[in-house]
Structure formats: C-alpha cells, structure tokens
Design a protein around this ligand. Structure first.
Ligand SMILES: *[C@@H]1O[C@H](CO)[C@@H](O)[C@H](O)[C@H]1NC(C)=O
Ligand SMILES: *[C@@H]1O[C@H](CO)[C@@H](O)[C@H](O)[C@H]1NC(C)=O
Ligand SMILES: *[C@@H]1O[C@H](CO)[C@@H](O)[C@H](O)[C@H]1NC(C)=O
Ligand SMILES: *[C@@H]1O[C@H](CO)[C@@H](O)[C@H](O)[C@H]1NC(C)=O
Ligand SMILES: *[C@@H]1O[C@H](CO)[C@@H](O)[C@H](O)[C@H]1NC(C)=O
Ligand SMILES: CC(=O)N[C@H]1CO[C@H](CO)[C@@H](O)[C@@H]1O
Length: 485
C-alpha cells in the first residue's frame, strides 16, 4: 500500500476543489463562448473525478493508518523509567481442529495405559524403536525401511527435541515405516472377546491408518524431505508453492482437472488415465492426467517433477497410491480446487478437511463423467470453485505449516507419554543419536535436505514460558470440539 502524506492530500483537496469551483462557474456563466464553455465543463468534470479519487485514497490511507495504530498500541511507549520494554507475545494460537484426533488415536490405551510388554509384542512389526530419556534420543533399528523413510522420520523427531528442549517427556515407542496400517481392530476385538486381558493391541506409530485399524498416525517423512525423488523439506517447499501460486490467478489457469504421478501404484490410478481426451478428439472429460516416469526423472535429474510448477490448472485431483499418498498436501497447496477421490486411508491431518469447503469429494467408484460434471460445474460457478481452491490452500498454509506439524508431534508425544506405565530405559542394542551424528553420516541430497530442515541455532535457545505458550493450545481446541459434540 502506497502511503500518501496527509499534507499532500490536503493540498490536492484544496487544489481540486478550487479548480472545480472556477470551472463550474465559468461553465454556468451564460455568456461564455461555446468552446470556453465545453473546456470549462470538461475541466469541472475532470477535477470532480480527481477530487473523488483523492477522497478514496485518503480514506483507504486512513483505514490502514488506523490498523497500524491498533497494532502499534500493543507495544508500550518508550519511557524514561528503568522498566524494560516487554516484547509483545501474541496469545497462543488455538490448535487446528484435527488435533483432537490425537485422543481418538490413543483411546485403546486410555484406561489401561501402555506397558513395556505391549511394546515388546509390537516389535516384530516395527522398523525401529525410539527412546527419549532426558531429551536425548536412542534408536534401535529392527529392520531397514523402504528408502530413507526411517531416517527422515527420526530426523524430524530430533528437530522436535531441539525445538522444545526440556519439554519432551521420556518416551519409548515403536514405529512402522511402510504403507499399510498394521494393527487391525478385528484381530484384537472380536476374536478375543472371551479373553479381555489379551485383546490389548500393541501401540505402534505409523504414517496412516483407516477405520479398521488402530495405528497411531504420525507426520510422514516427506515433511523433512523425500530425497529419492527430490521432494524438498516442507518448510521450503510450502513457501515455494505459496510464491508460485501468485504467478497465475485461478481464473487464468487451464480449466481442467490435473493429475500427475505414478500410475502403476493402484487400479484407480490406471483407470484415471482413461479420462484423458480421446485421441480422435471425440470425447473430452476436462481431465488432463500424466504418468510420471520416476525412473527417467531420476536419471535426468528431475526435469519434469517440480511440484511448484504443477499449479497451472484450476482443478487438481488427489488419488491414493498403495495406501495413502504424501501428495495430498502438495495438491491442496496449489490454490487450485482439489478433487479428492475418496480415500480409505487417512494421515494425521486429512481428518480436518471438510468436503465442499476445502475440496470437492469424488466417490471411490467414480467415472470420468462424474469428474467432468464437477469440473463443468466449477467452470460455470467460478467464484465458488475458486473459493474451494483458496480454502484448501489456506488450510495447508495456516494449519499444516511446519510449526503446526511440530505442534502436533509435541502434543501427540506428550499425550502418549502420559499413558506409559513404566519408566523408559535405553534398549540394549540402541545407539544414541543426535542431529549432528546423523547428518555427519550422510552425503548428497539426504544430507542437503537434513541441513535444509535443520532448525537454526537461533531457534535452539531454551523456550521462555511465553514462547512455550506459542505452542498452539490443544486444551482449548479439544474442549471446543467436545462442546460441539
Ligand atoms: C528523559 O530523561 C531525560 C534526561 O534525564 C530528560 O531530559 C527527558 O526530558 C526525559 N524525557 C521524558 C519523556 O521524560
Ligand atoms: C537428566 O538430567 C538432569 C539434569 O540435567 C540430571 O540431573 C539427571 O541425572 C539426568 N537423568 C538421567 C537419567 O540422565
Ligand atoms: C488371556 O490372555 C492372556 C494374555 O495374552 C493370557 O495370559 C491368558 O492365558 C489368556 N487366558 C485364557 C483363558 O486364554
Ligand atoms: C463434459 O461436460 C461437458 C459440459 O457438461 C459436456 O459438454 C461434454 O460433452 C462432457 N464430456 C463428455 C466426454 O461427456
Ligand atoms: C554413523 O555411522 C557409523 C559407522 O557406520 C555407525 O557406527 C553409527 O552408528 C552411525 N551413526 C548414526 C547416528 O547413524
Ligand atoms: C492379537 C491377539 O492377541 N490375539 C489373541 C486372542 O486370543 C487368542 C486366544 O486367547 C490368542 O490365541 C490370540 O493370539
């Protein structure tokens, strides 16, 4: 916003007003020559327009000034007293609504707690065990995970320990790094109703779950980077996406539904390919989907997979891969209206998404026609469709930025630790692990992404009580959620 000083505005007022009066009087005078008359009329109209413009600029100016004054009012005026000026701390933001699912995910252990024995029973399914003692992490690796999922997950937890020093309680947890949820309700409930003491499921952390499973969902590795396919850490990528969105407004984007990815991951994805326009031009469902050849991308150094370049369509489709897909956040962040094809699996945040507010829902057994009708509807109701795109992006920007992700981890691990009925100790085969020891062992893109998502030294000061309050307040949020039930 350009600031126009009040003196300049006042002078312009005076000038315009005088000019307008003079011109108006000349125009009114009956004996003026016709040409003088029309010049005077034009001049009076022109000065009138300038006058109005100045008036509008002045009021906008004034509005912004008031807003600025309100803001400044929080900062105490400088005074001569020895009292130091206290910095202004905004009140703790209320946690995103999806944080209430932390309770839901932990309900099986709510009354009975978590024993060491339960964790031991889940070991055979887990990739690693992580123990936190006095803020130090120890990891015992059970089996190698696919790619670097385990490394980046552990890396994320190490950053959390640095972000909230002395605030992460002692912990003992097991983590599963692959796609399908592990703990089926049916294995633990129906078969064992006759023996209630044996039905308790092992608590196991993973990236996704579904209605039939009891896995505890945790942010996936890609928030700290997916080195194998060059997907940058979320703290950087989200910014790039937000900046990229400014390049092309929703209205100027291609009026089609776009998807690009590995089509071999699921039958739904290969069906989606059929919705591309017919080769002979006889049919067009307003869908443009592309197969991502990751092998070629990796060989050629990723020429065609930059996510920030994939926001040129008004609509973007989300479709599950093997189970859930990490792509949902990238798709929602595009400022395009998202069409989410029904997913069986959920990650930690998607339970906060509301259909028709953040996205258009698409049935699991969709047809190309059903996508076409959503897109055609959107193109004939552009404002509403654009609004859905905006809401989806704003969810990601505000409720799923990396700080909120750390907040989620913080609250989840704190709630989890309250359930532990034993004092965690370092497992025999575990090794102490720190950001430095971990990053020093890495090279190439893995190391680069670790460095890019490492919390900076100036964020590593112990938190003051005020900063601690800056962690979003889940108490409030879950209370509200309960009130709403
Ligand atoms: C602050 O203190 C200085 C020196 O003691 C004095 O000259 C000045 O007037 C004071 N200002 C106010 C706002 O009290
Ligand atoms: C944890 O840290 C505190 C303070 O640094 C220390 O007094 C205590 O002995 C430590 N406990 C363990 C188990 O290392
Ligand atoms: C019930 O389950 C517990 C724990 O698995 C086991 O120790 C116990 O023997 C079982 N009881 C019966 C009657 O099967
Ligand atoms: C897609 O929808 C548009 C608008 O309703 C329609 O004109 C077009 O024929 C549809 N395409 C197909 C292949 O049915
Ligand atoms: C780093 O590599 C060494 C040698 O392979 C290994 O002993 C150590 O545990 C590794 N450290 C971490 C933190 O992975
Ligand atoms: C998952 C689980 O613990 N299942 C148990 C249910 O109870 C039967 C009989 O007591 C056991 O054999 C199962 O292992």
């Amino acid at each position: 916003m350009i600031r126009v000083p009040d003196e300049v505005l006042a002078a312009m007022f005076a000038f315009c007003f005088t000019g307008w009066c003079v011109a108006w009087r000349v125009a009114k005078r009956g004996n003026a020559t016709p040409s003088a008359f029309s010049v005077a009329t034009m001049a009076s109209q022109l000065t009138g327009v300038i006058f109005l413009t100045v008036l509008i600029v002045a009021s906008v100016n004034n509005y912004h000034q008031n807003r600025a004054d309100q803001f400044i009012a929080y900062i105490p005026a400088k005074s001569n007293s020895s009292e130091t000026i206290r910095p202004y701390h905004p009140p703790a933001p209320i946690c995103p609504d999806y944080f209430r699912w932390i309770h839901e995910d932990l309900w099986p252990w709510k009354n009975i707690g978590i024993t060491e024995d339960m964790i031991e029973k889940g070991k055979n399914r887990a990739n690693f065990r992580l123990v936190v003692l006095n803020g130090t992490a120890y990891v015992e690796s059970y089996r190698k995970s696919f790619q670097t999922r385990d490394k980046f997950t552990i890396w994320g937890i190490l950053q959390l320990l640095q972000k909230f020093p002395d605030r992460i309680p002692d912990l003992d947890l097991i983590f599963y790094c692959h796609d399908f949820p592990q703990i089926k309700v049916i294995d633990y409930v129906s078969r064992n109703l006759s023996n209630l003491s044996s039905w308790i499921p092992p608590p196991i952390f993973g990236y996704n779950s579904d209605e039939d499973s009891l896995d505890i969902v945790f942010p996936d590795w890609s928030f700290w980077g997916w080195a194998e396919i060059n997907i940058k850490p979320w703290n950087i990528l989200l910014n790039e996406l937000v900046q990229g969105n400014k390049k092309t407004s929703w209205y100027k984007r291609e009026p089609y539904a776009y998807w690009k990815g590995n089509t071999r991951m699921s039958p739904v994805r290969s069906y989606l390919m059929k919705c591309n326009p017919a080769a002979d031009g006889s049919a067009d469902w307003n869908v443009r989907v592309f197969d991502q050849d990751w092998i070629r991308e990796i060989e050629k150094d990723f020429p065609q997979s930059n996510l920030a370049d994939q926001c040129n369509y008004r609509y973007k489709i989300y479709v599950e891969g093997v189970s859930w897909s990490v792509s949902k956040k990238y798709i929602l962040a595009c400022d395009s209206s998202a069409l989410l094809i029904h997913s069986k699996y959920h990650d930690f945040f998607s339970r906060g998404l509301i259909p028709m507010q953040h996205y258009y829902p698409v049935k699991e057994d969709f047809t190309c026609d059903s996508i076409n009708s959503t897109v055609s509807f959107g193109n004939s109701h552009q404002q509403e469709a654009r609004e859905i795109g905006r809401e989806g992006s704003s969810f990601v920007e505000k409720e799923l930025n990396i700080d909120r992700v750390y907040d989620y981890m913080f609250h989840l691990l704190n709630e989890y630790s309250k359930l532990l009925r034993f004092k965690p100790k370092v497992p025999e085969k575990a090794v102490e692990i720190s950001s430095d020891s971990m990053a020093n062992n890495e090279t190439g893109l893995v190391k680069k992404f670790m460095m890019d998502s490492k919390l900076l030294a100036n964020q590593l000061e112990p938190l003051t009580e005020q900063q601690f309050l800056g962690i979003c307040n889940r108490q409030q949020s879950s209370q509200q959620a309960e009130d709403a039930l």
